[in-house]
Write a protein that binds this ligand. Structure first.
Ligand SMILES: [Zn+2]
Length: 420
């Protein structure tokens, strides 16, 4: 078995790996790196591959998959769980709709990707010629998977994005695996210990009560898939008594997620959290709710678009209001600017944000110690590739793995070929 790294080298975004065994070629993810303009992984000719496995719906893993389906008569298969396909369709469709930049595919190609989809269940092996692919629960977002690829006696394990502690929304990642020969592991927080989840929850609740007690509105910009619903579940399980409203694309994600209860940790809690929240429809209601003491959850998580732009503008005007940042903020995004400078920028005008702004850690990724726990639990004597992290997170992590476990570990470059 051979693996070529097509994108995610020492960076977060455009995850893509080509796995070859004899005459069978499959891709593990084919994502984009979303900067001001999207950056794509290395080119693959669709006729050269048999299938593409989508680990989860986030665009840095799924966003470039439609480019493999430009021909409607293609024989390439797309593999993933049901929620992964439904959520990928939602997110990719949105990317096509709002993109002011060039994308080398369109809606029709996304539809071909959906038509060529083969739905896989967790732990059910699927054969493509002499390669076997098995998905396992990743705990990262709904339907998210880690991937085991087997050929002969060799076994590869790709973590995708992984969360082994679980969340209010999802069960923890499934790490009951046979011995591994090659481990491709995400490194996002390999050098960072995140705030323990219970502490983040307690701090967020305290802030929510504080803002509402002074008759303010708490605005929580959140990613539409997973984070928005996770925050709603956190408020519900802590018996938060005040009004919670949700808006924007989070509502479409709610509709998809509620249809797949078996993928949720506690379907009852989820259902309560999202159905008892007010779903904001239309501008009349939107303009009124910003004056009510309540919590409003709305994408985009980094405040780059969606209904969040309106809420930011309104909520920032009043010092009794609050803004809780619960999602990762990329460089150069309005969310990052708000956090660092306490200003908002609309139509080129810079205004001071009067609302109280606080940041809370609610990541869907493993922390440093949890990444090492994966290595503790993996059997075999695997080669290790550290991917999906900014430079140092990958290189330092690989060095630490070499020292601690004696494994042949490295942070690969784009285009690098690894043989098993
Ligand atoms: Zn992800």
């Amino acid at each position: 078995m051979k693996v070529t790294v097509l994108g995610a080298a020492k960076e977060v975004g455009r995850s893509a790996f080509l796995v070859n065994a004899n005459h069978t070629n499959i891709l593990l993810d084919y994502g984009v790196l979303l900067k001001r303009e999207p950056i794509f992984p290395m080119h693959v000719k669709p006729k050269d591959i048999d299938a593409v496995v989508i680990s989860h719906a986030h665009l840095d893993h799924s966003g470039f998959v439609p480019s493999l389906f430009l021909s409607q008569s293609t024989e390439v298969q797309s593999l993933g769980t049901v929620p992964t396909f439904e959520l990928s369709q939602l997110l990719i469709e949105d990317m096509i709709k709002i993109s002011g930049f060039y994308l080398p595919f369109e809606y029709l190609d996304l539809m071909t990707m959906m038509k060529r989809s083969k739905i896989l269940k967790y732990r059910e092996p699927y054969e493509i010629n002499d390669i076997t692919v098995t998905l396992h629960e990743s705990g990262h977002i709904l339907g998210g998977s880690t991937v085991v690829v087997e050929h002969g006696k060799k076994r590869l394990f790709y973590t995708g994005d992984i969360n082994t502690r679980g969340s209010k929304l999802l069960r923890q990642a499934d790490l009951n695996l046979d011995p591994i020969d090659l481990l491709i592991i995400e490194s996002t927080y390999s050098q960072t210990e995140q705030t323990p989840r219970e502490q983040s929850e307690a701090e967020l609740l305290e802030f929510a009560y504080e803002v509402i007690d002074r008759k303010g509105t708490l605005f929580i910009p959140a990613f539409s898939v997973e984070r928005a619903q996770e925050i709603a579940c956190v408020l519900k399980t802590n018996n938060f008594p005040h009004k919670v409203a949700m808006d924007g694309m989070a509502l479409k994600a709610n509709e998809i997620m509620v249809r797949h209860p078996t993928f949720l940790r506690d379907p009852e809690v989820f259902k309560k959290a999202v159905t008892e929240a007010e779903w904001i429809r239309g501008w009349n209601r939107r303009k009124k709710i910003v004056k009510e003491p309540c919590v409003i959850i709305s994408p985009a998580g980094m405040l780059v678009g969606g209904t969040a732009v309106f809420y930011l503008q309104e909520i920032a005007k009043d010092s009794k209001n609050g803004i809780a940042i619960v999602s990762y903020q990329g460089e150069g995004t309005p969310g990052k600017t708000l956090l660092e400078k306490r200003v908002t920028i609309f139509d080129g005008r810079v205004r001071k944000c009067l609302a109280d702004v606080k940041r809370f850690e609610f990541s869907g990724h493993n922390s440093r110690s949890e990444l090492f726990e994966i290595l503790d639990r993996i059997n075999g004597n695997p080669k290790v590739l550290t991917v999906h992290g900014d430079g140092l997170s990958c290189t330092k992590f690989a060095e630490e793995i070499r020292q601690k476990y004696g494994y042949d570990a490295k942070a690969p470059d784009a285009g690098e070929l690894i043989e098993l």
